[in-house]
Design a protein around this ligand. Structure first.
Ligand SMILES: Cc1cc2nc3c(=O)[nH]c(=O)nc-3n(C[C@H](O)[C@H](O)[C@H](O)COP(=O)(O)O)c2cc1C
Ligand code: SF4
Length: 634
């Protein structure tokens, strides 16, 4: 068996071993009816050869929703759902509905009555849940049965039930959460009762659909669910007739980092646990969690650890992944960096799922321009690369110039700290995409006005990025100081006392790199909070990592001056303090657009466009989306 082999889950035949995992998209309307954008999303993800798409979660009851735009299966949603099913079938893939009740992980803004097995507080949302009474329990079980029946009627091929990840069913199974004393609490048998009753009604109503149970292989929480304390439940599900087990990781309330499988988490532990599950479970296994990385695919199939790999974010960054695998085009795959910056962030803020290096998610195809023009893109960071790809899609001849020897700009620098190494993969994928699309890439060339005049292009896209800011503190001229970017590249700062000025995302990343290089790092931030605009899971993990190293920080603290005897700061309470001398000071206080060339040439060519950080410094998702928007009509 390889990833390319056909497979079977219950009644259904899958054309290969790749399945799309459920991910909330936030593309629906408020209330959950389907939008055209959502249809485009499912069209895209099913057109690249995936064998089956598991749709985003459908809540069986309104108080079990996590997101205001969560897909629904009420009467008003059926037409839209049918369109989703049709588009996926038209593309030759199967489609699976995913049903859930979030229980205590539900969104408190959507329901005044958060419910669970017992009263408790979900650490992620801070919401307090009420204990379900028996008639409410019966009602939820009934809802699972009703929804599954509807799913069978509208043409789904399979149905997946959420039994894990800290959602309602697992809140019953978990001894840590379930404090009931009735026949739904106490003994393992009682704690399993709710889940088994759901399985019963699902199997009664499934029609011809296959049934998959989604679980968390390990919540990675003290006293939480792990393979050992779930085998009995899983084997009962299998005896009842469940067709496959889908193993993910983490827990939405207590351990979202593992649930969303962040890049900085270790991988080997997933394989050790998976081996254990494989040995004890005799039914087809699907596994998810960075499993689309090629080294993981090889390991799974070489060691026979699972029957199918499922992938969430990989289908967002590169929906063509399955076809590329099937055609041995591994070098052309844009691998996911597991950063969560374009996907999870935009689901949470309601904009809709995206990706830092794929601004085409759920967008209509780019139309060819009427006339093919000569275009020059200056700058090979993400904004320049995306602009080049878009212009090629428009049918123009595109030359890209980058003054450095390496492409990637700030994105490349950000992937230097060890825990962020995985981010190099999406960047390399983006560069490859530009190459494949026919962009003429030239590095190590600083393009000046004269050169542009010589080449005489119709379109010039300026994506020259941003320059780091410095602050002219009194006495700074006598102190060795560098930018955050320089600190990321240099490997000669070791065993030093370092002061990082600025506690935004770059400040934290720089501090992490310097701490890893055995420096003693102090960070000073004038605002009350560090990196307030950073993706929260990444921020939490980076701070946890920093805690273990020689790192300390001060917020609400302003630098006054650099003196011979040390750095003078003023804390929030107006206390003046001398922090002592530092070997090096690193500035991470933002950037300013590098747009000199643009100002020089903006009136010299027919179409001149400024994109990315050179226009307005921002994060990778924002600059690539901006580059796409500004070039798609050129
Ligand atoms: C934005 C986002 C939303 C997700 N929503 C859900 C969900 O509602 N239910 C679920 O079971 N898993 C959800 N997941 C988890 C994925 O199914 C998958 O386990 C996770 O992304 C790790 O797999 P990957 O590395 O292939 O992306 C979500 C993941 C992401 C990134
Ligand atoms: S934003 Fe990051 S995690 Fe999300 S799909 Fe893109 S590369 Fe993967």
């Amino acid at each position: 068996m390889t990833i390319k082999t056909q497979g079977k889950i219950g009644n259904i035949n899958l054309k290969n071993r790749m399945i799309m995992a459920p991910v909330k998209t936030a593309f629906g309307n408020i209330g959950g009816t389907i939008t055209d954008k959502q249809i485009r999303f499912y069209d895209q993800v099913s057109s690249g050869g995936i064998s089956m798409v598991i749709l985003e979660p459908i809540a069986v009851q309104k108080n079990g929703r996590e997101h205001p735009k969560q897909m629904c299966l009420d009467n008003e949603c059926i037409d839209g759902i049918t369109r989703v099913i049709d588009v996926i079938h038209k593309n030759g893939s199967l489609v699976c509905a995913h049903f859930n009740h979030a229980g205590r992980a539900a969104n408190p803004k959507l329901t005044p009555n958060i419910v669970s097995s017992s009263e408790s507080i979900c650490p992620s949302t801070g919401a307090k849940s009420n204990s379900l009474n028996k008639s409410e329990i019966d009602d939820i079980i009934k809802s699972f049965g009703e929804k599954v029946k509807i799913a069978s009627g509208v043409g789904f091929d399979a149905v997946e039930i959420q039994f894990g990840h800290g959602y309602l069913v697992s809140q019953f199974i978990s001894e840590r959460i379930n404090k009931r004393t009735d026949d739904y609490g106490g003994s393992p048998e009682n704690r399993m009762r709710f889940g088994l009753r759901i399985a019963e009604v699902v199997l009664e109503n499934k029609g011809k659909m296959s049934v998959i149970a989604r679980i968390s292989g390990s919540e990675f929480v003290d006293g939480g669910l792990n393979p050992d304390n779930q085998f009995e439940f899983l084997n009962k599900l299998i005896d009842m007739g469940i067709d496959a087990i889908h193993v993910g990781w983490g827990n939405a309330c207590d351990n979202p980092a593992w649930y969303y499988n962040h890049m900085s988490l270790p991988q080997d532990i997933q394989f050790d646990l998976l081996k254990k599950v494989r040995q004890n479970i005799k039914t087809p296994l699907i596994v998810v969690g960075r499993m689309s990385q090629i080294e993981n695919v090889n390991r799974i199939f070489n060691e026979n650890l699972a029957d199918f790999v499922s992938m969430g974010r990989q289908m967002v960054i590169d929906p063509e992944y399955p076809n590329k695998i099937m055609n041995d085009r591994i070098e052309d795959i844009k691998f996911c960096g597991a950063c969560l910056q374009g996907c999870l962030v935009n689901v949470k803020n309601g904009t809709g799922i995206g990706c830092v290096v794929n601004p085409f998610v759920a967008e209509p195809p780019i139309e060819k321009a009427e006339i093919s023009k000569k275009a020059i893109v200056i700058g090979g960071g993400p904004a320049g690369l995306i602009s080049s790809i878009v212009l090629r899609k428009r049918g123009h001849n595109v030359k890209l110039y980058e003054k450095e020897k390496t492409l990637g700009g700030q994105f490349y620098l950000a992937s230097i700290p060890n825990p962020k190494k995985m981010m190099l993969k999406p960047l390399l994928g983006l560069i490859r995409e530009a190459e494949i699309s026919g962009v003429d890439i030239n590095t190590g060339i600083n393009v000046l006005k004269e050169k542009l005049k010589e080449e005489n292009p119709d379109i010039v896209v300026v994506a020259t990025g941003a320059m780091p800011n410095f602050i002219k503190f009194k006495g700074i001229e006598n102190q060795w100081h560098i930018s955050g970017n320089e600190a990321l590249i240099r490997n000669d700062i070791k065993d030093k006392r370092v002061l990082v000025v600025g506690g935004g995302m770059i400040g934290l990343e720089v501090a992490e790199k310097l701490c890893e290089d055995d420096n003693d790092v102090t960070l000073v931030e004038i605002l009350p909070e560090l990196a307030s605009d950073m993706e929260p899971i990444t921020k939490k993990l980076i701070l946890k990592h920093l805690e273990k190293m020689k790192f300390n920080y001060m917020v609400k603290t302003a630098i006054q001056e650099f003196r011979e005897d040390g750095v003078i700061v003023k804390a929030n309470n107006d206390k003046i303090k001398n922090l002592g001398r530092y070997d090096v000071v690193v500035f991470a206080v933002g950037t300013h657009p590098e747009n000199e060339l643009y100002e020089e040439i903006k009136n010299d060519f027919k179409e001149v466009v400024l994109v990315g950080d050179a226009s307005r410094p921002s994060n990778a998702y924002t600059v690539t989306k901006m580059a796409y928007e500004m070039t798609k009509k050129l």
